[in-house]
Design a protein around this ligand. Structure first.
Ligand code: AMP
Length: 300
């Protein structure tokens, strides 16, 4: 299989070649034909599978014909990092198309975003909070949207953005193509899919599964008993290396650092991926905390 078989415009093939893509990834093979045909799509695919091109290429192909200078595509994504990645993919793959995208997210001044909206763009790549602000202030108009992408649906839910997403949906025409990407499908995302998509094609690719040697256990425990539970688990577990992954650096430092003192512990509290991750050394009990770069509040 190669990209020629999708019958993409030659300007897009130039972009694909320039990026060095020689053949489509499995999720691209499975999903691009449906996306090009205008079908609604639910894709279970994680970042790293090539999922961005699954929606970017069909979007660019569709926007090559029809009006310019109006918002015809909206891509909603949970973090500014993802928004910038998608924006870059649009710029790279669409280098020869003169189609324009802008990113919209909070934590930065709104003035350049408002100026770009006024100038007219075809594609908005937006985080929910700031987009809603700009809609409510009358700067962002979505009544010309033909394609809607909801990217990383489960993360948007985790980060508490679903109410904002639902408010945004009220401003998008009912008649449109909708693509929903999510690595997992909790009930809230299934409900969103049922409300938002029409007869969607479902594509599931590249789900990561834990190795068969890995056992999982879930301990529902009140906040104040977490430390005691952790210490009890460590006491009864015969291991020379322990990884702790927690959402909040500050919480870890406050509640776990002290009880673990004197036990050959070490914590890496620097958010990834800015510093390299060091695997634990053999023969030492070692605590490694990995904080993701995009915690709630930083992506908006
Ligand atoms: P994504 O899952 O969309 O974040 O893509 C992960 C990485 O794979 C990005 O660096 C893409 O540029 C790259 N990529 C996407 N599609 C292909 C392809 N068909 N061949 C090679 N690399 C690709």
């Amino acid at each position: 299989m190669n990209f020629n078989q999708f019958n993409l415009d030659s300007r897009l093939l130039v972009g694909i070649n320039r990026l060095g893509y020689t053949e489509p990834t499995p999720v691209q093979v499975a999903a691009i034909p449906s996306a090009l045909a205008g079908d609604d799509l639910i894709a279970t695919a994680q970042t790293g599978t090539g999922k961005t091109a699954v929606f970017v290429l069909p979007i660019l192909q569709k926007l090559l014909t029809g009006p310019r200078n109006r918002t015809r595509t909206l891509i909603v994504t949970p973090t500014r990092e993802l928004a910038e990645q998608i924006h870059k993919a649009i710029r790279d793959l669409g280098a020869g198309t003169q189609l324009r995208s802008i990113t919209i997210y909070g934590g930065v001044g709104a003035a350049p975003q408002i100026r770009a909206l006024r100038a007219g763009v075809e594609i908005l790549v937006a985080c929910p909070g700031r987009l809603l602000d700009l809609i409510n202030q009358g700067y962002a108009r979505l009544d010309g949207v033909e394609i809607l992408v909801l990217d990383e649906g489960d993360r948007m839910f985790d980060m508490g953005f679903l109410p904002d997403v639902k408010r945004i949906l009220k401003h998008v025409p009912v008649q449109r193509q909708t693509m929903l990407f999510s690595a997992t499908f909790p009930p809230e995302i299934e409900e969103l899919a049922a409300q938002t998509l029409r007869h969607p094609k479902r594509i599931t690719i590249g789900l990561s599964r834990p190795a068969r040697t890995v056992a999982h256990a879930l301990f529902p425990v009140p906040q104040q008993l977490k430390t005691a539970l952790l210490l009890a688990l460590l006491k009864q577990t015969d291991t020379d290396s322990v990884h702790l992954t927690t959402r909040w650096c500050a919480h870890w430092k406050r509640s776990w650092n002290k009880p673990c003192r004197g036990k050959h512990c070490r914590a890496l509290t620097t958010p990834l991926p800015r510093r390299p991750y060091h695997p634990p050394r053999r023969g030492r009990l070692q605590f490694t905390e990995i904080c993701t770069a995009s915690q709630p509040g930083t992506g908006q």
